[in-house]
Design a protein around this ligand. Structure first.
Ligand code: MG
Length: 203
């Protein structure tokens, strides 16, 4: 399986990191070993002094496909949750400055926290989901999937032009504004449509 991630998919977040609002999806990947399963803590990595949370809606792929048309893309995912795209922002900024790939800043072990998946039913519209992230009990991110620049179906159509997507792949769909630092002993909790689906402790 692979973890496909979208960067700068909410205009307010692109602006907070002083990036241009993209005209095409910004895609990167994390390796399988990046997954941090529910209930597991993240140990603060020794190579960064500026670890950031980015809370994102995550969908799970349920069908293999390539060159998927946007109108059929909703057949290719059947579960949704929240995840955290943990980012070593100091490393990422150095790499961005040099125009280099940022994998080590975003793909390290534990960098892809994944919550408990919820099945997508006829009543679930992934393009109309509210989600929040709390840091130590205080809300720090308040997002809505209707504010994505490229919605889930557009992301799948775009990505599948280049990569076959496979059953079990995860798609991190980008973070809204409000990203920030975490420190050891912090607790992050993610709420999807008001239901808690994610909890991560930093150690
Ligand atoms: Mg992200």
């Amino acid at each position: 399986m692979k973890i496909i991630c979208v960067g700068r998919n909410y205009a307010e977040h692109a602006k907070e990191l002083k990036n241009d609002v993209p005209t095409e999806p910004v895609i990167f990947m994390k390796p399988k070993g990046a997954i941090l399963l529910p209930e597991k803590p993240l140990y603060y990595p020794e190579f960064t002094d500026d670890l950031h949370y980015e809370c994102e809606v995550v969908v799970k792929v349920c069908k293999n496909g390539k060159h998927i048309q946007e109108k059929f893309a909703n057949k290719y995912y059947d579960q949704v949750t929240l995840g955290i795209d943990f980012t070593a922002r100091d490393l990422q900024n150095e790499l961005k400055k040099k125009g280099l790939p940022w994998e080590i800043a975003k793909g390290f072990d534990g960098s892809a926290a994944v919550g408990t998946f919820v099945p997508i039913t006829a009543e679930t519209d992934v393009h109309n989901l509210a989600f929040q992230l709390n840091l130590n009990g205080e809300m720090v991110q308040d997002g809505h999937t209707r504010n994505m620049i490229f919605n889930v179906d557009k992301i799948i159509a775009y990505v599948s032009k280049y990569f076959t997507i496979n059953i079990g792949d995860l798609i991190f769909t980008g973070t809204p504004a409000g990203v920030g630092q975490v420190s050891p002993d912090d607790k992050l909790e993610g709420y999807l449509q008001g239901n808690k689906v994610l909890e991560v402790e930093i150690k």
